[in-house]
Design a binder for this molecule. Structure first.
Ligand SMILES: [Fe+2]
Length: 443
């Protein structure tokens, strides 16, 4: 006879998702997956409203004909499997000699709710892994921000991202500010990136930014110029919002997401940052992106606006300066009241005071905080020209940042890979204006 508890859970599952419950039997022993069918390297993302939608990508060594996922509200009781809903997945790619790549998207989820999900082919499944949907409206949360991973990813980046997760296991997502790998076309490096994260990439969604290394041409291509679109590998890993500029090349490269009172605008700024592209294509993307930025920054009901991009407006690495980008994006960000810009590329740590028109301004005046960070082991020398804008500069140090966002305050904390606090500040908001409080520890 079916226990009453099971009956209730099945009914809940049906009501919540309008689909049939999972076929798993209570108490049935787990069956080992056939060789090559075990899901690996799962990556969670938020392609739509983060309160209702999550996507998972994964790989298998063998080709799957029926990729699928299951999702259920979280429970410590093992019977939760009976309330799971099965969702059809799709094949991302099955190139000869490469692992199969798959995607499933869970929709119509409830806001502010913890779920368990797994992926597979209906017979061989991954482990159940937990995620949480965003609340429907403004509410406090934390997220992780890291700079370039790029080199020795498995060997030396993994410790940073694992320390970050240990410091903030409740982080709602990981914002990676570009150059996640040194060569975007090299699957071995993406494997290192996913292996460095391990289970973390399946339980904390990723919010990746496109860096210049993500736009390198495939190895062996004669033309040294970069290309405007990322490697197909990017799209195999990341199912991202399709709400970017009116330029096909930027699909999944520039996008925005509203999360509990904050708008996160992820911008592929490579066209503004001295990278070599076909001139006509570069101009077209340049213009389309400005139109889009004006739209998403002006039509913004959120209390906070945070921009994520790779190359910095106020560079700190020796020999770098992005005048064109600063001239076009600086006034635009200031005009629309951007609060904070999170960056990478310079392979060092630096964080500005509140800045407007190239100068440090009063803590209560209108202005923007710019942070540059690095999580991998590649380091550059610090240059002087923009040091006068900075509240904190740290070199030769792998770092991660835990950022708490509440309706009235942002609390920013940077730590090194060993957990030592290297920087801290707050932005306190009242109406449309904010007050900046520097709390950086002295060297
Ligand atoms: Fe870079």
């Amino acid at each position: 006879m079916t226990p009453p508890l099971l009956t209730r859970r099945v009914a809940l599952g049906l009501a919540a998702f309008g689909a049939s419950p999972a076929a798993n039997l209570l108490g049935a022993p787990a069956i080992p997956a056939p060789a090559g069918h075990a899901p690996e390297r799962m990556v969670l993302t938020m392609p739509g409203n983060p309160a209702t939608t999550q996507s998972m990508t994964w790989e298998t060594a063998a080709a799957l004909t029926s990729p699928q996922g299951q999702v259920a509200k979280i429970s410590a009781h093992p019977n939760f499997e009976a309330s799971a809903t099965t969702v059809q997945g799709k094949v991302n790619a099955t190139d000869a000699g490469q692992p199969g790549s798959y995607l499933v998207t869970f929709t119509a989820l409830e806001p502010g709710t913890r779920y368990l999900c797994r992926v597979g082919d209906g017979k061989a499944w991954s482990e159940w892994t937990a995620f949480r949907t965003a609340d429907a409206g403004p509410a406090p949360f934390r997220f992780l921000y890291v700079g370039d991973a790029q080199n020795s990813i498995k060997s030396l980046w993994s410790r940073t991202i694992r320390a970050a997760y240990a410091a903030a296991p409740d982080a709602r997502f990981i914002a990676s500010a570009g150059d996640l790998v040194a060569e975007g076309h090299d699957v071995r490096l993406w494997n290192e990136w996913r292996d460095g994260l391990g289970f973390i990439s399946a339980t904390v969604p990723s919010l990746p930014v496109v860096g210049n290394h993500d736009l390198h041409r495939p190895p062996g291509t004669a033309d040294a110029k970069n290309v405007l679109s990322v490697s197909p590998l990017w799209h195999r890993l990341f199912d991202l919002p399709d709400n970017g500029p009116d330029a096909a090349e930027m699909k999944g490269q520039s996008y925005f997401m509203d999360y509990q009172g904050a708008r996160f605008v992820v911008v592929d700024v490579n066209v503004y940052a001295n990278e070599e592209f076909d001139p006509a294509a570069k101009q077209r993307v340049w213009d389309a992106q400005i139109v889009w930025l004006n739209k998403v920054l002006s039509n913004n009901p959120n209390q906070w606006t945070i921009v994520l991009q790779h190359q910095p407006l106020y560079a700190m690495a020796k020999g770098r300066d992005y005048q064109d980008m600063r001239a076009v994006l600086g006034p635009l960000y200031e005009k629309h009241g951007v609060d904070m810009v999170l960056l990478g590329h310079d392979h060092l740590y630096s964080r500005s005071h509140k800045v407007a028109q190239g100068r440090v301004v009063d803590p209560a005046a209108a202005g923007i905080i710019y942070a540059i960070s690095v999580s991998g082991p590649k380091m550059y020398k610090v240059d002087e020209p923009n040091r006068k804008l900075m509240a904190q500069v740290v070199d030769q140090t792998q770092c991660f940042q835990v950022i708490e966002v509440a309706p009235d305050v942002i609390k920013y904390l940077a730590q090194d890979a060993d957990g030592v606090v290297v920087d801290r500040f707050e932005l306190r908001k009242s109406g449309k204006s904010s007050t900046y409080v520097n709390q950086a520890p002295r060297a």
